[in-house]
Design a protein around this ligand. Sequence first.
Ligand code: B12
Length: 212
Amino acid sequence: MPTIEDLRRLVSETKPEEAAEMTRELLAAGLDPMEILESGIMDGLTEVGDRFAAKQAIVLDLVKGGVTAKACIPLIQEAFPEGQSAKHDKKIVLGTMLSQHNIGKNLVSTLLSIGGFDVIDIGEKNSPFDFYETAEKEGADMIAVSVVFAPAMEKFTELIGILKELEVREKYPVIVGGAVTTKAWAEKEGADGWGAQAKDGVTLARDLLGVA
Ligand code: B12
């Protein structure tokens, strides 16, 4: 019987087919999808990233890490109980700035949708203004930003500045998360909420938008 630890190793070794097969086996054995995601897939990916930071891996390894995660994550998503929450009629604009890292964003999107929110996913490499413009056009209730790449941190600060300048800061609660962010940084920059995990996005949205 494979363990989550075995999956972490396969993801770290960037083996998409084997990792997907093991994800299936772990889910079939009744293990918690969230635990498989966090301790298997995400921890394995973090190891790939750490090797890259230590110059023991190249960009191609990051690509393969992404491919491996993307082979496993849809299986996890299928295992989340669908339609758990009632629809809230609350719209949330979600995206990344500068960065093409979208695995975390996509997870946030899935969990918010399962949580009953209407997610307007504007994808990757947006400018701060794109978030504002979409929020206005769509009549959104909240903005959520995924920041996985350090240069995007400055862009987040710009977004808060734009919202203040255009006098809509109060209209849109803004939440943020992503591998390179911390709670202290998010608070300093004036975010209304920060989450370490995708599931925190749902808790934050519920609290900030006042839905059960
Ligand atoms: C896979 C990967 C890639 C893939 C991404 C594929 C894809 N489609 O996403 C590719 C190959 C494209 C890539 C490219 C690069 N990458 Co890269 N990449 C990674 C890696 C290994 C995993 C990222 C990932 O998907 N993690 C899994 C997801 C699920 O985690 P996550 O995004 O953090 O999201 C979770 C939480 O943070 C949270 N969350 C995320 N967003 C939000 C938002 C809200 C509102 C909330 C509440 C929660 C939340 O929920 C998620 C799940 O719980 C990381 C290493 C790491 N430690 O993360 C490096 C990493 C992010 N990459 C890095 C770098 C440097 C690069 C490149 C610049 C490399 C290069 N020289 O070209 C380029 C940048 C390209 C660009 N312009 O974007 C660095 C960033 C360092 C930094 N301080 O900025 C990292 C940290 C690696 C490292 N240790 O050096 N990368």
